[in-house]
Ligand binder design. Structure first.
Ligand SMILES: [Fe+2]
Length: 210
């Protein structure tokens, strides 16, 4: 091959680089301020293939939403008392109330996700919880330890009763998963926490035996 031809081939194999940047996209920025129709209305069931009828799922979701609203209130009652506790037992109760708060917070997530698992919608926002809960609203102000404990024990008792009631109904309807959650998670935790708190208001001597 003549020298001049080889040079021509080499030039063709290495094309010259050209600036080919794409034009800027005007939509490459956050789209804010959006609203739209709900994709599922509260109180309805989006059927999930789990072998349970829509009627059974709906009954379990309604019951679980009541337990959820009361459990969220129980959780917040513990945090209020964790912050506001006063007196000789401050340190131990401050720590105990926060431990129980953490356990109730975990339970809230377990209940809410069971509701979603059944195709329902879990109650979520504070205003909706306040409307739904059956636990008596405490004052914003600070209360004495025996009153704090009375409120906590009454709330535990309310949740224990409804957990047993709803667990029985879920069992009769064949919803073993909801029955298990209500007994193994809700009931067991509330019974245990009620015991730990109730022992603080047993009037025993601190130093000298009677
Ligand atoms: Fe704290």
């Amino acid at each position: 091959m003549p020298r001049s031809s080889r040079t021509t081939v080499a030039r063709r194999a290495v094309p010259q680089a050209r600036a080919t940047a794409a034009p800027p996209r005007p939509d490459a920025k956050p789209i804010t301020g959006q609203r739209g129709a709900e994709i599922q209305q509260f109180g309805t069931i989006a059927r999930i293939p789990n072998g349970l009828s829509e009627r059974v799922c709906k009954a379990s979701v309604t019951a679980l939403n009541q337990v959820l609203a009361d459990t969220m209130t129980m959780r917040d009652l513990y945090k209020k008392h964790h912050w506001q506790v006063a007196g000789h037992t401050f340190y131990s109760l401050h720590l105990l109330f926060d431990k129980h708060y953490e356990e109730q917070a975990e339970l809230v997530d377990t209940i809410a996700e069971r509701i979603q698992t059944l195709g329902g919608l879990a109650i979520a926002m504070a205003a909706d919880v306040a409307e739904a809960t059956k636990i008596e609203r405490p004052p914003k102000g600070r209360e004495e330890v025996p009153v704090q404990i009375s409120r906590i024990l009454e709330a535990h008792e309310l949740i224990c009763k409804e957990a047993r009631d709803f667990a029985g109904k879920a069992d009769e309807a064949g919803d073993a998963g909801t029955n298990d959650l209500l007994v193994s998670d809700v009931l067991r935790l509330n019974e245990m926490q009620a015991w730990f708190v109730a022992e603080h208001v047993v009037d025993t001597p601190l130093v000298r035996a009677d």
